[in-house]
Design a protein around this ligand. Sequence first.
Ligand SMILES: [Zn+2]
Length: 452
Amino acid sequence: MKVALYARVSTEQQIENYSIPLQKERMKAFCLSKGWDDMTEYVDGGYSGSNLNRPALQQLQKDIADKKINAVIVYRLDRLSRSQRDTLYLIEEMFLPNNVEFISISETIDTSTPFGRAMIGVMSVFAQLERETITERLRSGRLKMVKDEGLWAGGAESCPYGFTRLKRGKLVINEDERAHIVRIFEEYVILKSYIKVQKKLEKEGFKPLAEWRIIPLLKNRVYIGEVSFGGEWYKGAHEPIISTELFNQAQKVNEHLKYKNYGKIKNNVFRRKVVCGLCGETYRSYSQKDLKTQTRYFYMVCCRRKMPARYESKCFNRNIQRTDLEEEIFNRIMNLEVSGEIEFNRKRTPVDYSTKIKALDEKINKILDLYIESGLPKETLDVKLADLNQQKENLITQSKDTDYEITRMEQMIKEGIPNLFECDLDTQTAIVDLFIDKIIVKENSLQIIWNQ
Ligand SMILES: [Zn+2]
């Protein structure tokens, strides 16, 4: 009997009763009581259970498909997933078809017994209810508002630039922003580069928009008077900002650029972000041509592995394919809204930098006074002043940095992160840069250090 022990803990639960050692200990005790001693551990530390995008869980699914596992054990059902739909998917689509038994110790769900199978049946019914009734009711209500009344389905915080959202999703044009949007489209069609557009419009007095906002803006049909729901566009009740003709011209430029970008521009999306979990060196990009298929594929290697002569010893950490890296990292970024991997501490009282800076100014003045009154040696004075001024500069930069970055990340999650797989390289780079500090390559997983 080959048994897989799956344990998971999210960052915020680490202090609770759910610790990984505790989960493992219970599961091992259970296995020993059954006389099963061929155990493999699959551990996702610091992962939320709201989606299936977890390295150890993915490895587990792979091993199940490769017929390496006979049974999967968890401490509690919610360790496997917090979503009933995902739980059922795993049980019905992964475990049962591969003859893998599933056991949750706390709930006594054991698919090797008739009772366990009945439990899954009961869970299915509830999941179905949840999916079909509740979701559908909400969905059809909102769809009706969009389709029949032409209203905007999003909340006030996701209201598109150029509009103000009134009650129930009615959009009215914001006159100041209207002029900006018209100019963006007009110039984009001529200059064919949003960077050039931003530069030109800045001279006209418009505030530049962040890259991740201007690119989707140029594709947004809300500006020709439409509203969307579930990926479909309907006639909106609001007044359009630009003509359909101008919009279509801009889409042609988009198409053209996409084509031009293909394979030409250097992909720097993960540059300097990927770090070796074994030796600490940076991963670098290389490419290789597959002679059989004549296609070029891209991969990243630890520097200390690729060029061992430069170091005392060689590193043997694994290479990663860029497509795999993109798949995992993009999904984790796009899942941030539901996974809550980045915690924004809204209760944190903002640091009162101005008071601290004022206090430093007072100190500086006092020292100057002291120097005049007591004839303190000039060297001592210079050292003291340099130190205080440095502290002051640090405070000023800190006060600018932290607040700004956090609000931008939060804002983007709220507004909806665009589909990264469909974005161009510049947008991908900008978004990865905004969210991610480092990606650490571990033996079986990638650990993301978020910008916090
Ligand atoms: Zn290494």
